[in-house]
Design a protein around this ligand. Structure first.
Ligand code: HAS
Ligand code: CU
Length: 595
């Protein structure tokens, strides 16, 4: 008898399996749309009308970054909470309820996106995953998104319930690391989704239903990015969780430091939201000062990733030395490179180091002007969400799928080829995308070549760049085919008693070494909220003040703009007064010391 997850938590294993399979369906669809647009854009093979490009791109974006990633990560979180608290969910019907909500939301959002590809149904939502106004989608799209997000909120409530129940029985114990990671990520998500919920419920949905006839696009964009930056960490933090609690185990060792991992997640909770304006450096109507604040916060936000790079590599080194590795760099050879789970995750980490660099370039207010809206940004996010997250999720699936199905992986060699192909494909595709962006090649268009305009390349040529992008895309598609072959092959296999035990890595320096304050979730939540208020209240007020809540000169609701302006003045005055009195106090304190 094995001690796999399915043996310990049979009911939960069913839920996690359903979530993983749903996420894989989205990955398959997203992959199909991905290769269609790669070949179209690079003009290598075209069979869709360029006018349909936005529908294809919307489907690719939404299925990949909303459906695939989030369905997978809520599965991982369910596994993480039940495993680390060693308790079943409080009520399995409640758990299935949020799975149902998320699924219903997905289907509702998918229908208008896909309908946009045919003329026979009069519906579309070719608005991309950022759904910027004035692009307008069918109301079903926005409603679906709302249900999906509400589903994730209920999922969070499920995990919090488990933790509260556990805490009653274990009042003095530290929060187990995986649960700690789930809870901090979810608090960040609750804060972040306030932005998108407001944007959809108050503005976009009523507007698409025809209840109001105009909106303020800068306001809805800003509310989107209030959510849009933290959403990238909502994808990343589960991948980091896997790097912290699983990768050390697969490397043959222990997590270097549990306290450092906690610090990293607390920093993400604090800093993920007050940075969203770094996506809007080029938006007119937001004062430079606010953009500067967002840039400063973004640079601080690099810290938890640097901490992660250090901790995760140190854990890998510990594992390698346990396996007999020696030397400054020689230990790298002792890592289990033939294990697809390990290799996939390590290669994902390697490419993420490059992604960090392009992220820093994006984040610089001045150099952002060079790369914004160019293919560079597309290169950046295929390294981040497309590799660090997606490749980690695929690789760790090779461990998870046997755990939740009770069946052995169909073919480990195919799995190894699959993760390596992803790494090579992404290297080709993203490298050339970054280069294409630098020469000004735009993103989000079916026709990047302007008529009669030649891009000037320093080395190579545009067709060489296109060829590499297409080659990368083809390798990625192949990699996906191998991935699905393995998942389907495994699903059709038979039950095995020979599975590895469920569990996660122990830590060299454990939770007892972590200051207690790190587990004070209320404190971190309060600070996170204050930082968000500081970063966003004045920009939002000034956007509303200048452009109107529902567009210029339109006051459809009795919300008086004067009161908002008045509030802005009041806050400004209070802030100036506080600063002044603080200054005076500091001055007198200083002169006291000097005398
Ligand atoms: Fe980003 C645009 C800045 C991280 C996703 N980003 C995007 C978009 C997406 C995205 C989807 O400031 C486009 C949105 C759109 O459609 O317009 N991003 C950053 C910065 C970071 C960053 C500073 N992004 C991410 C992550 C994403 C993601 C993570 C998804 C998961 N990004 C920007 C900016 C823009 C932007 C601007 C707007 C651009 C524009 O103009 O539109 C940082 O968080 C990055 C920190 C990362 C590091 C790397 C640490 C290295 C590690 C590796 C360890 C190695 C291991 C392996 C484990 C500092 C942790 C070792 C292996 C061995 C063998 C030893
Ligand atoms: Cu961002």
């Amino acid at each position: 008898m094995s001690n796999a997850y399915i043996d310990q938590f049979p009911a939960e294993a069913k839920v996690v399996k359903a979530l993983f399979y749903s996420s894989f369906v989205a990955l398959a669809l997203g992959g199909v749309f991905g290769i269609i647009q790669t070949l179209h854009r690079t003009d290598i093979y075209r069979f869709i009308d360029s006018a349909d490009y936005y529908s294809v791109l919307t489907a690719h974006g939404v299925f990949m970054v909303i459906t695939f990633t989030i369905f997978f990560l809520v599965g991982v979180f369910t596994w993480g909470v039940t495993t680390s608290l060693d308790r079943e969910v409080e009520d399995i019907r409640f758990t299935w309820a949020w799975v149902g909500l998320m699924s219903l939301g997905t289907v509702m959002a998918a229908v208008p996106i896909l309908a946009g590809l045919t003329d026979s149904i009069d519906m579309s939502a070719a608005v991309l995953f950022t759904f910027y106004a004035p692009l307008q989608g069918h109301p079903l799209f926005y409603l679906g998104l709302v249900l999906f997000v509400v589903g994730t909120w209920v999922a969070g409530a499920d995990w919090f319930r488990s933790w509260w129940a556990w805490k009653k029985e274990n009042p003095d114990e530290r929060i187990p690391l995986p649960t700690f990671m789930v809870l901090t990520t979810m608090i960040m998500w609750y804060i972040a989704t306030m932005g998108v919920a407001t944007s959809i419920l108050v503005f976009l949905l009523p507007w698409s239903l025809g209840w109001i006839d105009s909106i303020n696009p800068l306001l809805t964009r800003t509310l989107f990015w209030f959510f849009g930056h933290p959403v990238v960490y909502f994808w990343l933090m589960p991948a980091y969780m896997m790097w912290y609690v699983m990768l050390p185990k697969f490397s043959g060792g222990k997590l270097f430091s549990d306290p450092l991992a906690r610090v990293g997640f607390v920093l993400f909770l604090l800093l993920s939201t007050p940075v969203g304006i770094h996506h809007q450096y080029l938006d007119p109507g937001i004062a430079e000062g606010f953009k500067f604040i967002a840039m400063t916060n973004t640079m601080f936000l690099l810290l938890p990733s640097f901490l992660t790079a250090f901790t995760v590599v140190a854990s890998m080194e510990h594992g390698a030395r346990q396996r007999g590795g020696t030397g400054y760099f020689g230990w790298l050879k002792a890592l289990p490179w033939r294990d697809p789970v390990f290799a996939g995750m390590a290669l994902a980490g390697l490419l993420f180091a490059a992604a960090g660099f392009s992220g820093m370039v994006n984040a610089g207010m001045n150099i952002n002007y060079l790369v914004h809206n160019s293919l560079w940004v597309v290169g950046h996010f295929h390294l981040t969400v497309g590799t660090a997250v997606a490749l980690t999720f695929m690789a760790v699936s090779y461990w998870f799928i046997p755990q939740v199905t009770g069946k052995e992986l169909w073919n480990r060699s195919v799995a190894l080829v699959q993760v390596v192909l992803w790494f090579i494909g992404m290297t080709f595709m993203t490298n050339s995308m970054h280069r294409a962006g630098l020469i000004g090649m735009p993103r989000r268009t079916a026709e990047p070549q302007y008529d009669g305009f030649e891009f000037e390349t320093a080395v190579g040529s545009v067709s060489e760049l296109d060829a590499q992008i297409a080659l990368g895309g083809v390798l990625l598609t192949l990699s996906l085919v191998l991935f699905f072959a393995n998942i389907i092959g495994t699903a059709f296999g038979s039950r095995s008693d020979n599975l590895p035990d469920n569990g996660y890595a122990e830590a060299l320096s454990g939770s007892d070494d972590a200051p207690r304050v790190l587990d004070n979730l209320k404190l971190w939540t309060a600070i996170a909220v204050v930082l968000v208020i500081i970063a966003y209240s004045l920009p939002l007020m000034s956007i509303v003040d200048r452009g109107g809540l529902y567009g210029p000169d339109i006051t459809p609701l009795p919300v008086s703009l004067e009161s908002v302006t008045f509030l802005a003045f009041a806050v400004e005055h209070a802030a100036t007064a506080t600063l002044e009195s603080a200054g005076t106090a500091a001055q007198s304190a200083l002169s006291g010391v000097m005398n």
